[in-house]
Design a protein around this ligand. Structure first.
Ligand code: SAH
Length: 225
């Protein structure tokens, strides 16, 4: 899969994708990430990407023209396999299911907002999807974009070592992942549950499912509802 990130801070992404699973997947060619400086698509000497909102109010808004130009340059003949996503606090909620749905596309172009947000014509006439990573307000869409790339990337075929490992994780079956332990079996008197120390795999499976249900009921009852 190819990810295109449009931002006024292209350097922002030097860090997030340099480590771990995503970096290895990029190296192995399972995915590619390209960042673009939105100011490339401005035409004035100051490379202006923002302007005052009509109707007044605090702060500045991102202008629509450079964003339209960017998308139309990156996807000159946009196909159904190419998806344009606007990061936005007003978007529909990004979840594991949405991440899974996004794996079916060949290319995702993610638009990172800044300032007080983006001229609404981008959401209405350019983006296929407006996504929020949660009910809080960030100062920019870059962190949201990094989160979307990371969570989609690890679902792509060949990215995680064991193809089953993504299936047993939190949110995949309406449950949180089960609690897990590693050595030592006794740390400061806190012991690992007995069942997990034995080799009875059927018992362990049963124990884990029950533990996942209990933890979900305790911390995220909304998932069970
Ligand atoms: N005035 C807007 C917030 C703008 S924050 C509002 O109240 O809805 C500036 C940019 O940060 C947004 O354009 C968006 O790209 C990004 N952003 C902020 N919160 C976000 C969230 N929860 N999810 C995804 N992107 C977010």
């Amino acid at each position: 899969m190819k990810f295109h990130l449009v931002t006024i801070f292209p350097d922002f992404f030097d860090g997030p994708f340099r480590h771990g699973v995503v970096a290895r997947a990029a190296q192995a060619g399972a995915l590619a990430i390209q960042t673009y400086d939105l100011r490339t698509w401005t035409h004035d000497i100051h490379k202006t990407v923002d302007d005052r909102p009509f109707g007044g109010g605090e702060g500045m808004l991102m202008k629509c023209a450079p964003i339209f130009d960017a998308v139309e340059t990156i996807f000159p003949a946009k196909t159904a396999q190419q998806r344009v996503i606007l990061t936005s606090a007003q978007g529909r909620k990004f979840t594991q299911q949405v991440a899974r749905d996004l794996t079916q596309y060949d290319e995702l172009l993610i638009l990172c907002g800044r300032y007080e947000g983006v001229d609404e014509r981008v959401a209405e006439h350019l983006a296929d999807d407006e996504l929020s990573i949660g009910d809080y307000v960030l100062s920019g869409g870059e962190l949201a974009a990094a989160i979307i790339v990371d969570s989609v990337a690890r679902l792509l075929p060949g990215v995680l070592g064991n193809s089953d490992s993504a299936l047993n994780e939190s949110f995949e079956d309406g449950l949180l992942d089960c609690p897990q332990w590693t050595r030592p079996a006794d740390f400061r008197g806190w012991k690992v549950p007995e069942t997990l120390l034995g080799g009875n795999h059927a018992e362990i499976r049963k124990w884990r499912l029950q533990a996942a249900r209990e933890k979900t009921a305790r911390l995220r009852p909304d998932l069970l509802a």
